[in-house]
Design a protein. Structure first.
Lengths: 165, 751
């Protein structure tokens, strides 16, 4: 957690979150993570390390996977952000969310939102990833519970669910 | 009452949907009105007297709530075993990062600056940082001799075996500290109400540990303290005892400020200030017959407990009892000791002492094999425990375990012999050396010896207005699948549907004390109690004549619904009863140490890069006998996850200490395995069942932490021909060892 720079005034910043136009009032250097969690109550995005190592705070920003703990909120201005809440909901789970449930990809659940978003990014780029692609594609997201195998299984299962590209 | 079996099937994780959609509520996701943030001012030196505390100018201190030891209403300690650890240091500090003051403020950014602005003058005192210095008592830092606890286990006449021994093999083995590194940092919210007392919500394993600690600290009766577990983002033992400290801090700030207070550690604070796995040193001296049979041995097992006692006696106990492993010792003497050093107290971490002493033993077995001239396979075969024989504590093995069969299957699954042969042919040249390593071991489930009797756990099951059942336990979910497995057990016991059972949130005003969620005891011990309590619910319905002997799940639900409509919600309780004929002597440390053991043979295949000296695990076979597998996906997940942590313990996770403080308290430089680092981990189960566990279950959570490290280091020995006896085994250790051996070919680089 780092304090917003002294001297900067809060300003209005608009961006699209989970398909909805949102405007927040924040210090430009405030972390996107904090703005999502505190101002927009999107607490599905988690903080694990605050230094871009663990990936628990991963979100999609204009389709790219980013650590929201490293993104000053000003950088999100005019972009499109997707958090776990925007991926699917109880009545319409995303194929990856279903696969994580079935394969045991979520244990304690704290890395799960970020991991599922990283997997979403991976499958968007590469709908039929090989094992090594998945291992490398998820290597920026740490999980201490699963040893990753059931997560990898889930990604493979979800890839098979999606129509052939 | 025919129904589809639920036990042994992969039902969906109870709280899984909330976890994959981001709805699950962890403590940092919770906000209370008028809430302040709390922070801790900690010692910057390892040991000394506090002379003066200064609040630097430039901060408007009147905006802050400041708590010191003087504000503690009850006893200034975190009540656990010895009550020696202060909640806040008052006159002296005994380790770096020891809590001294607490601050609270509405703005957490201002708070962080204020913590930096408190400066403390100390009169430094001499320090002790190693097991060796602590034993030498060059400085007494705890009690009269720096010793928290000792155990002596004796079996047979070990003094008589040396004269007839064909071989005497000695070895010393050490293991390092390991950070639990749950991805959710520790955190707690406390609020205080004049009438109701104190409530805390947090990330924790053991609600009643926190409850006990808060009662003593705040001088409150049981009904004035409420502890609620939030969804917990990993724990692995790391949230067994330390949450009592954070809860105490948050509670003190809430009492003084009159506002709810949230304390969430950042990663650095969590890593440098909270507990880790105990570093250890084990010495073996073993007498063997000419055909490689163990005649007897002396084992000395020492763990570094850090500055305060905390759970060290219990960790030491488990490590001591596991020190003889899965082998038959006709005679043995085990001396064990937990010593004090000026580092933050070490604590619970999956395996709880057993990974340390089993690393030593399984490396030592390979040493013995080398000296005696037998293979790693053969030395184990000749010494495996067999049913009817006794363990080091004289516990008779009653389970029909056949370790040779387990070993044969693991050898076959890993293609051990063929691969070893091919590696030995190819290891003379090239940039990679490969090897295979074995570990055979056991892990006792539940509390040791009389522990379960002392805990005397209570479990409840409630029949609700909707006709569904609610399991009432203090056993917590932190990823292992507690809620899922306990629901399966209750549903199976009564022939209900999985959906007909839920588990209550672990809230001390709602749930009885079913003991701590530790020691691989939840599925086996608590599970059995859930089964019994569930049967009590049915008995009530039978007795009232509202339910027929033969019923469908729907008929049961309606009967339950009707009963509640007439009489209100009803509960059935079960209490732990010690199995008959169990004998344990706390003084002599002899008898039935555990109601059941899980057994395993693990085989690691490694590749050592001869340019970088990094070791990668290429294949891993994990074969275990765990009683009945209650849920195949969760059980696999436990084993794979444990092995991944143990691979980190063996090869990556190095705590860099300087003057008692961890220097690498960041995920950037404390390295845990990523998805790109791990081999395929192949998990296989044997299921012999277990009369003491629900539907034949044994504990499995800790077992996978025990075997991988020695299997991997044995495989490195196989690859390089060099013995390594310390973990973590880092590339620089391999470089230095090869350099010392003068292996020119290795060091000139391989073309």
């Amino acid at each position: 957690m780092s304090a917003p720079s002294a001297g900067t005034m809060p300003c209005e910043i608009s961006f699209v979150v989970n398909g909805e136009q949102r405007t927040v009032r924040a210090h430009p250097m405030e972390r996107l993570l904090d703005v999502l969690r505190q101002q927009l109550s999107l607490t599905g995005t988690k903080e694990g390390c605050g230094e871009g190592e663990c990936g628990a705070c991963s979100v999609l920003l204009d389709g790219l996977i980013v650590n929201s703990c490293l993104i000053p909120v000003l950088q999100a201005k005019g972009t499109e952000v997707v958090t776990i809440e925007g991926l699917g909901a109880d009545d319409r789970l995303h194929a990856l969310q279903k696969a994580f449930l079935e394969c045991g990809g979520a244990q304690c659940g704290i890395c799960t939102p970020g991991m599922i978003l990283a997997a979403t990014h991976l499958l968007n780029k590469n709908p039929r990833p090989k094992l090594q692609d998945i291992r490398e594609g998820l290597a920026g997201n740490l999980c201490r519970c699963t040893g990753y195998m059931q997560i990898i299984e889930a990604v493979i299962a979800a890839a098979h669910e999606s129509p052939t590209p | 009452m025919n129904h589809e079996p639920i036990i042994g099937t992969a039902v969906p994780r109870k709280e899984g949907q909330n976890k994959v959609t981001g709805k699950a509520q962890y403590v940092d996701d919770m906000v209370l009105p008028n809430m302040l943030y709390g922070a801790t001012v900690r010692s910057q030196i390892p040991r000394g007297r506090i002379k003066n505390i200064k609040f630097s100018p430039g901060i408007n201190w009147s905006e802050f709530v400041v708590v010191s030891a003087k504000d503690i209403p009850g006893k200034n300690c975190i009540s656990l075993i010895m009550d020696d650890q202060p909640c806040l240091a008052q006159e002296a500090v005994n380790h770096p990062e020891e809590p001294i003051l607490l601050l609270a403020h509405r703005d957490r950014y201002v708070l962080a600056k204020a913590v930096e602005a408190v400066s403390i003058d100390y009169e430094p005192l001499p320090t002790v940082f190693t097991i060796e210095d602590s034993e030498r008592c060059s400085e007494i830092i705890w009690g009269s001799n720096n010793t928290f606890k000792t155990y002596l286990v004796t079996k047979g006449d070990v003094d008589s075996v040396w004269k007839d021994a064909a071989y005497i093999v000695e070895g010393e083995y050490t293991t390092g500290a390991q950070e639990q590194l749950y991805i959710e940092n520790n955190g707690m919210i406390a609020s205080c109400d004049a009438g109701q007392g104190i409530t805390v919500w947090g990330s924790l394993q053991c609600p009643y540990y926190v409850h006990k600690a808060l009662m003593a600290l705040c001088n409150l009766t049981a009904d004035k303290v409420r502890v609620v577990q939030m969804e917990t983002g990993g724990a692995f033992g790391g949230k067994e005892e330390y949450p009592s400290m954070i809860a105490a801090h948050a509670a003190l700030l809430a009492v003084k400020s009159g506002c709810p207070v949230k304390m969430i550690y950042d990663r650095m604070e969590d890593m440098v200030a909270t507990t880790k796995r105990h570093p250890s040193r084990t010495r073996h001296r073993t007498a063997l017959s000419k055909d490689g049979k163990i005649l007897g041995g002396e084992i000395e097992f020492i763990i570094d407990g850090g500055a305060y006692c905390t759970l060290s006696p219990v960790v030491l106990s488990r490590g001591t009892i596991h020190a003889g492993g899965s082998y038959f010792w006709p005679s043995v003497r085990i001396r064990a000791k937990a010593v004090a050093t000026n580092v933050p107290p070490h604590g619970a971490f999956r395996g709880f002492g057993a990974p340390q002493s089993l690393f030593a033993l399984e490396r030592h077995m390979d040493h013995i094999a080398e000296v005696v001239g037998l293979s790693s396979v053969e030395i184990r075969r000749r010494n495996f425990l067999k049913p009817g024989q006794t363990t080091t504590t004289d516990q008779v093995v009653r389970e029909e375990i056949d370790l040779n069969k387990l070993l044969d299957r693991a050898l076959e699954l890993s293609d051990y012999h063929k691969k070893r042969m091919s590696f030995s042919q190819n290891n003379t040249s090239g940039a990679t050396r490969r090897g295979m390593g074995i570990a055979a071991f056991l892990h006792g489930a539940g509390f040791t010896g009389s522990g379960e009797r002392y805990l005397s756990s209570v479990v409840g099951v409630e029949g609700g207005a909707d006709g569904r059942l609610r399991v009432l336990v203090s056993s917590t979910e932190f990823g292992q699948g507690t809620k899922t497995v306990l629901s399966q057990i209750a549903a199976e016991a009564l022939g209900l549907r999985y959906e007909d059972v839920t588990v209550a949130q672990a809230d001390t005003t709602e749930v009885p004390n079913s003991g701590p969620t530790v020691a691989s005891r939840t599925a086996m011990i608590v599970g059995k109690l859930v089964q019994l309590a569930a049967l009590g619910i049915r008995q009530t319905l039978f007795s009232s004549g509202i339910l027929k002997e033969s019923y469908s799940p729907e008929e049961f639900r309606i009967a339950c619904q009707n009963y509640v409509a007439a009489h209100g919600p009803f509960r059935s309780w079960s209490h732990y009863e010690e199995p008959k004929g169990v004998f344990w002597d706390d003084e002599k440390y002899r008898g039935e140490a555990y109601a059941a053991f899980a057994w395993a043979v693990y085989i690691a295949e490694v590749a050592v890069d001869m340019v970088t000296y990094s070791v990668s695990v290429e294949d891993f076979v994990a074969l275990q006998e765990v009683g009945k597998v209650l849920h195949p996906v969760l059980a696999q997940g436990q084993i794979i996850g444990g092995i991944a942590q143990a691979i980190g313990f063996a090869l990556y996770e190095n705590v860099a200490w300087q003057n008692g403080r961890m220097q690498n308290g960041q995920m950037t430089n404390y390295i845990m395995p990523t998805s790109a680092d791990l081999p395929p981990i192949r998990v296989y189960f044997e299921e012999l069942g277990n009369v003491h566990g629900a539907f034949g279950a044994k504990g499995i959570g800790e077992l996978p932490m025990d075997g991988p490290a020695p299997a991997i280091v044995n495989a490195v020995k196989d690859a390089l021909g060099v013995n390594f006896n310390s973990i973590p085994l880092l590339p620089e250790d391999i470089f230095h060892a090869l350099a010392a051996k003068g292996e020119e070919a290795y060091l000139k680089g391989v073309k």
